[in-house]
Design a binder for this molecule. Structure first.
Ligand code: FES
Ligand code: FES
Length: 156
């Protein structure tokens, strides 16, 4: 089945088994390996991508549903080879260790900051609750996201 969709700002077409998981198509067919597979069951958020601007678990979505949609992966967060503010903050604060959760965390944090730029620390924890991390204990991740939010406010 041929599927047309926008991927990281470019119109793409692929001939693929319709029930292939979006995560596999992104990683294997488009070689966008930033999105990770943690649980494969919609529980961990490591595979988070944006579909039409909404954060979703790409391990749960058949690629056939992407016809005509707009998909963005973690590879789209950096621009001109410069990491986004959220990505830079995650590094600076030690919010990334083994790195498996990090792409999903960066995507969800970006979505959360767009949706609720003034979210409290407690609210940010809620917004990020679907993204699991076995390494950092979350404190450093939330420190990083709150710092990125404060920097955005300072710089308008
Ligand atoms: S790999 Fe998709 S939610 Fe865990
Ligand atoms: S940094 Fe290892 S799972 Fe989050």
């Amino acid at each position: 089945m041929k599927i047309d969709f926008t991927l990281n700002g470019e119109q793409r077409e692929i001939d693929v088994t319709p029930m292939s998981r979006l995560l596999d198509v992104l990683r294997c067919d488009f070689e966008l390996t930033g999105s990770k597979e943690g649980c494969g069951e919609g529980e961990c958020g490591a595979c988070t991508v944006f579909v039409d601007g909404k954060a979703v678990n790409s391990c749960l979505i058949p690629v056939a549903q992407m016809q005509g949609r707009e998909v963005r992966t973690v590879e789209s967060l950096a621009s001109n080879e410069m990491l986004s503010d959220v990505q830079q903050a995650l590094i600076k604060f030690g919010g990334t260790q083994c790195g498996i959760c990090t792409p999903g965390i960066a995507m969800m944090a970006s979505a959360a900051l767009e949706a609720e730029p003034n979210a409290s620390r407690a609210r940010m924890r809620e917004l990020m609750a679907g993204n699991l991390c076995r390494c950092t204990g979350y404190q450093l991740i939330i420190d990083a996201v709150i710092s990125a939010a404060e920097a955005r406010r300072r710089h308008g």
